[in-house]
Design a protein around this ligand. Structure first.
Ligand code: FAD
Length: 396
């Protein structure tokens, strides 16, 4: 077996992996850093909501990974197969054993489409769409434009997911579009969600309940999509409180897949019982292997899985990893900050920002639970710029 070694090895070159690599490189230009990432592309996933809503084309969300690997960092185009943290090593699918002094795991979340019966082979066809995949995100807009009436159903699974706001953001855009197209009075817009309420943070939940009411959206909470029947255009939901199953017919079905830690993480010694990389929630250091860190969607951090959370996690992780290398105490402290730009229609947005305790942690000197055009402009123009030129360069 081929063998090599790097001071710091980063698994995953997505939002978390590149942000950390850039920060480590800026702070320590001589450090030997490698990123293991199989994909030739890097996607800005938060814009997929707007692709689904027909605001931007999907090509605008995708750039070349090579342009974001920081100069001097080694890019290993391979996939990690197994971890061997007792020996500070891992093995790739390509058959290389790579040793490290410190490891950063930023492998993202796994989409488990196969957990929904009947979905295989039908995604992106016959009105079944999803903003959760680059390959078919444009089908959402196609289906919306072709919609002439009937049920438009939007789901949220019973697992943790990335961007807990995304399942409803596209629903609000859909409602807006159907009104503009003059077909809203011939339609039912239905939110069938495994969650117990519209949002987890009280202040924003109260605002969103009013949006749902104003738009006459029907809600079925504690309902989990378990099966689709494309032939009869029916979606089957399990009642999580033990009641009867719910069968909804649909013309459009926006599916958010069940999600989990990636299998290779789940089956490793790095995982906690639920499968996530088991890190301390304030330092981001592994609870059993001190030279391992993790951030983002695959980590056990009990916050909302978003790029916005990673913007605050990355500097803490980089600071603590460098402190460890210098034999100093880990003083970097992450407070759980996360943000969710809740699009509530074209030109309208509630910018939710909160910490581990669900306490609002707002950036602007006004009530962010109000729908605003300025926050929509921030999402459509400001945040993509901040992502590509600030976060991924280790600047913000
Ligand atoms: P990712 O960026 O997904 O990167 C993981 C990387 O690991 C990938 O590049 C993958 O190729 C790589 N990888 C996987 N397996 C292996 C392996 N075996 N070996 C090596 N590498 C591997 N966030 C917001 O902040 N605001 C929003 O408005 C927002 N909206 C969203 C809307 C949608 C529809 C979606 C899907 C997401 C949204 N998000 C939003 C969430 C945000 O995009 C993610 O939380 C963020 O990108 C997670 O970063 P990550 O580094 O953990 O994972």
């Amino acid at each position: 077996m081929k063998e090599n070694h790097h001071d710091v090895v980063i698994v995953g070159g997505g939002t978390g992996g590149i942000s950390v690599a850039a920060r480590l490189r800026n702070a320590s230009p001589t450090l030997d850093i490698a990123i293991i990432e199989p994909s030739e592309f890097h996607d800005y996933q938060p814009l997929w909501t707007l692709v689904g809503g027909g605001v931007v084309g999907k090509e605008t969300t995708r750039r070349s990974e090579a342009d974001y690997i920081p100069p001097g960092v080694t890019w290993i185009r391979d996939r990690v197969a197994t971890f061997d943290p007792d020996k500070s090593a891992l093995v790739t699918e390509g058959g290389t054993r790579i040793r490290y002094q410190q490891l950063v795991v930023a492998a993202g979340i796994q989409l488990n489409w196969d957990k929904i019966a009947g979905l295989a082979g039908n995604l992106g066809k016959g009105g079944i769409v999803s903003n959760y995949s680059y390959d078919i995100v444009d089908k959402t807009w196609e289906a919306l434009r072709q919609f002439r009436g009937g049920n438009a159903v939007f789901t949220f699974p019973s697992t943790p997911i990335k961007c807990a706001g995304a399942p409803q953001k596209i629903m609000y855009l859909a409602d807006d579009h159907l009104r503009r197209a003059g077909v809203r009075d011939k339609s039912r817009v239905i939110y069938a969600s495994a969650t117990p309420a519209i949002f987890g943070v009280k202040k924003y939940a109260a605002a969103l309940e009013k949006v749902v009411q104003r738009k006459s959206i029907e809600t079925h909470f504690r309902h989990d999509l378990v099966e689709v029947r494309p032939a009869s255009k029916e979606a089957i939901f399990r009642n999580l409180d033990g009641g009867a199953e719910l069968v909804l017919s649909y013309e459009l079905l926006h599916v958010v897949p069940p999600q989990s830690a990636p299998n290779f993480v789940k089956s490793s010694a790095l995982a906690n019982e639920a499968g996530w990389v088991d890190v301390h929630k304030h330092t981001l250091q592994h609870v059993r292997f001190p030279n391992v860190f993790s951030l983002g969607d695959c980590s056990s951090l009990p916050t909302s899985r978003t790029g916005a959370a990673i913007r605050k996690e990355a500097p803490v992780l980089a600071e603590n990893l460098l402190a460890l290398r210098d034999g100093k105490p880990l003083t970097g402290h992450y407070d759980g900050y996360a943000s969710c730009p809740l699009v509530t229609g074209y030109g309208r947005l509630i910018l939710a920002e909160f910490d581990y305790d669900g306490k609002p942690a707002e950036s602007f000197p006004f009530d962010q639970s109000r729908e605003r055009f300025s926050m929509w402009a921030l999402k459509t123009h400001g945040l993509p710029e901040l992502y590509w030129n600030g976060m991924l360069r280790g600047r913000v």
